[in-house]
Design a protein around this ligand. Structure first.
Ligand code: ADP
Ligand code: MG
Length: 550
């Protein structure tokens, strides 16, 4: 396949071993890969969705319901499957929720497209139809969305609760939603025409132990490190804080230097000198007026001793990201060198204290200069529980932020999708033939969301869809699937709201990805170079799998 013929003479264009799939074959392989991804995530959609247990190559186990995490851990190899994973990532980065929805939508758009291709519709017509449908759908979504007051805690709480439904902390979702709302409102800033929230201002720290109900909200920064020396103070009030990203150690010579010491006094002098250097470093810090030292690198035992003597509370090996948060929260500057440290670089907090949390000790920095720094300290029975709880809280924080920044919501439970689908069908009537088919296919793909919600709730999807369509035809735009009672119900009455931003993003990224995959008619995968020993399986492995499926 790697050669063409010209006047009987083969012309080698591609390297030997290159795999190539063309036309329908390539498209089919890509769509199949996307479908497999959808199959993997769809059972996790919605409040009745199931969790996945994923074991990585090191044997580490993750239990999750989060679409982005599932795909991330799956380590997929087919190029089209990788694109699906990217959709989830984009969705997570942009809006923080709706990852499963976005992936399902993309996969369904592709499945429907394949049905049309089999009926003889050319992919470009489908791509065009999908593009038109996307534009319209986005318009409809905006039309059915309702504007809300971003200062109303009640509504924010509901949105957060829905985003955490089906996650591990479902039982405690109300109190978790409260935490998320409190945190976002604390860090939100008023800007002309609305609010702005930097999600990074909310630190989520986790520690196994106790239970999920012991998760707390701390106005300040919590770092998962203890005070470095037992002789140090464990609590400093009105603390001036030095933030250092260099080590408090005497640098060891890089070259192997041999020092010949002939008499014991020389040995002492040598050690004394090291000690003096360390003492000078500590004195320098002490002179700035700092009572707390936060250090990204190590602190030598001798330096610890002097720090303790000077009444300084020190914490070492703090993560760089934490260092930045501490600097922002306390109004301090990160010093890269002890000699440059000035009083003006120090941060300030009303209280720095080491506290016991579970089995470990953590350092709390509270009453910071900048009140916009908060931490949610997640507790829970085991590491796996706190990790999944952290992911759920992340979703809660993100949706609250989404609504605070862009105060529009739509109905959940597949209601928004069903309504947009209904309107699209109507719009499709304006077109003739194949283009109409593409727009209708787009509408059907949207309906897969309520359908899967119903399926995951153990309901008969066809029955539910018939009811749902009937309700929407009767202009009940907020009719959606209520998975607990197993009925079609008014989502506003059930308090099932979702941020408009989440739905808009899901639609955009799903249709973009589907369009991109549909336009591919040639899959060329280079063969792995022989020298390469690393198991970096990429396009080639993927293509092999894909083509072998044909
Ligand atoms: P995603 O990763 O797409 O956010 P989720 O597993 O969080 O996937 O499921 C989200 C879907 O579940 C949304 O369509 C949402 O409207 C729906 N949902 C969540 N809670 C409820 C509820 N109480 N009633 C109806 N639908 C719900
Ligand atoms: Mg969700």
């Amino acid at each position: 396949m790697a050669a063409s013929e010209l006047a009987g003479q083969p012309i080698l264009i591609l390297k030997e071993g290159t795999k190539r799939a063309r036309g329908r074959e390539a498209l089919h392989a890509n769509i199949t890969a996307a479908r497999i991804i959808v199959e993997a995530v769809k059972s996790s959609l919605g409040p009745k969705g199931m969790d996945k247990m994923l074991v990585d190559s090191y044997g580490d186990v993750t239990i999750t319901n989060d679409g982005a995490t599932i795909l991330d851990e799956m380590d997929v190899q087919h190029p089209a499957a990788k694109m699906m994973v990217e959709i989830a990532k984009t969705q997570d980065d942009e809006v923080g929720d709706g990852t499963t929805t976005a992936v399902i939508l993309a996969g369904e758009l592709l499945s429907k497209a394949e049905d049309l291709i089999e009926k003889g519709v050319h992919p470009t017509i489908i791509v065009d139809g999908y593009r038109r449908a996307t534009e319209k759908a986005l318009g409809y979504l905006r039309k059915i969305a309702v504007k809300v007051d971003p200062r109303k805690k009640d509504l924010l709480r509901r949105v957060a609760t829905i985003s955490m439904a089906g996650k591990i902390l479902a039982e405690y979702k109300e109190s978790m939603a409260d935490l998320a709302v409190g945190a976002i409102l604390q860090v939100g800033e008023k800007i002309p025409g609305g609010y702005e929230v930097d999600i990074d201002d909310v630190k989520v720290e986790k520690k196994a132990g106790e239970s999920l109900t012991d998760t707390t909200f701390v106005k300040g920064i919590v770092i998962d490190k203890e005070v470095v020396h037992p002789g140090m103070r464990k609590r400093v009030e009105n603390a001036r804080i030095a933030i250092l990203n260099c080590a408090l150690e005497v640098e060891k010579t890089k070259i192997d230097a041999k020092i010949n010491i002939e008499d014991p006094n020389q040995m002492k002098a040598f050690l004394d000198e090291e000690e003096t250097t360390l003492k000078e470093m500590v004195d320098k810090i002490t002179r700035t007026g700092a009572k707390v030292l936060i250090c990204e690198k190590g602190i030598d035992d001798v330096a610890q001793h002097f720090l303790a003597k000077n009444g300084i509370l020190a914490v070492r090996r703090v993560k760089q990201s934490d260092l930045e948060k501490i600097a922002k929260a306390t109004g301090g500057k990160i010093a890269t060198n002890i000699h440059d440290l000035r009083l003006s670089d120090l941060g300030f907090a009303k209280l720095v204290e080491e506290r016991r949390v579970g089995e470990d000790k953590m350092t709390f920095i509270e009453g910071c200069k900048n009140p916009k720094s908060v931490t949610i300290l997640v507790r829970g029975g085991t590491n796996r529980i706190v990790e999944e709880a952290e992911r759920a809280i992340h979703d809660g924080l993100c949706v609250v932020r989404d609504v605070v920044q862009d105060p529009w919501v739509v109905a959940g439970g597949g209601a928004a999708e069903a309504e947009v689908a209904r309107r699209l069908r109507k719009y499709a009537e304006k077109f003739a033939g194949k283009e109409q088919l593409a727009i209708v296919a787009f509408a059907e793909a949207l309906e897969s969301i309520p359908m899967i919600l119903a399926e995951n709730a153990g309901l008969e999807p066809i029955d539910i869809m018939v009811q749902l369509r009937a309700e929407h035809n009767r202009r009940h735009a907020w009719a959606g699937v209520e998975p607990f009672a197993g009925v079609v119900a008014d989502m506003a009455k059930r308090n099932v709201y979702e941020p408009l931003a989440v739905k808009v993003q899901a639609l955009k990224s799903a249709s973009e990805a589907a369009g991109m995959i549909l336009r591919i008619d040639d899959l060329i995968a280079a063969s792995k170079t022989k020298e390469e020993k690393t198991p970096s399986k990429g396009l080639e492995e993927g293509a092999k799998e894909a083509t072998s499926e044909l």
